[in-house]
Design a protein. Structure first.
Lengths: 139, 93
């Protein structure tokens, strides 16, 4: 069930103000992730207060880190359904969950933070998972 | 944050991905909804049954942790006498 756009706009803006590009359509996703080179982060946004409410601040903290991915994207699960499904088609064996964060390098997922790694954790702990992956794959 | 209830009227596991170990030997991984007198209700559940699954429970659980929950049931109630142990997937060994 999609929520009213007015309600979720702040959740979108909390991510886009970080310089993250939202992908709203299948075409957007394919243009961003098809035949990609380098590193790209895909944040799967969600309305879930208990998990996404921690994941968005965690993303903000992680993106202050150097190194960081070349490209930053997000899709909104439960809202932009087709774009989210298409993005997940690039995630290989990784099962859908939201919120979640995929890090791709040259088109392959090299790190994935699942919802269960976000639940109940402080944003600093989640950010640490992301920056550890940035250090390994984005240097 | 740990210990903070985000969902009024629900317990602090509501919305959290848990591992429920069944008295039958089955294992259930999914998002906790609630526990009542009948049992535990969960959403988006993966199930390991040692009678039918080829992989050992530990390998199966490791796969759920690494690749995410391979959902086979959108909704499930584990009866109260089946739910022998509950822990967060993030904490499960």
């Amino acid at each position: 069930m999609a929520y009213a756009e007015l309600m979720i706009r702040p959740m979108r803006q909390e991510v886009t103000r970080l310089g993250v590009t939202e992908l709203h359509s299948v075409e957007d996703v394919d243009a961003a992730l098809g035949n990609m080179e380098g590193t790209a982060l895909v944040f799967v946004n969600s309305v879930c207060g208990c998990a996404a409410g921690m994941a968005r601040p965690a993303l903000a903290r992680a993106l202050r880190h150097d190194p960081r991915p070349d490209k930053l994207y997000s899709v909104f699960a439960g809202q932009d359904l087709e774009a989210t499904a298409r993005a997940r088609s690039y995630f290989g064996e990784y099962q859908p969950s939201s919120p979640s964060v995929a890090l791709l390098k040259d088109g392959e997922v090299v790190s994935f933070v699942h919802r269960h790694q976000i639940e109940g954790r402080h944003p600093d702990q989640i950010a640490a998972l992301l920056t550890e992956a940035f250090d390994i794959h984005c240097g | 944050m740990s210990g903070h209830v985000f969902h009024p009227g629900h317990d602090d596991l509501h919305g959290v991905t848990v591992v429920v170990t069944g008295a039958s030997g089955r294992t259930y991984v999914g998002r906790w909804h609630e526990r009542d007198a009948r049992g535990v209700t969960m959403h988006d559940v993966a199930i390991h049954d040692p009678a039918t699954d080829e992989s050992p429970r530990a390998d199966w659980l490791a796969r759920q942790r690494r690749f995410g929950v391979a959902v086979v049931a959108k909704f499930l109630m584990v009866p109260v006498d089946e739910a022998a142990d509950v822990r967060r997937l993030a904490d499960a060994g």
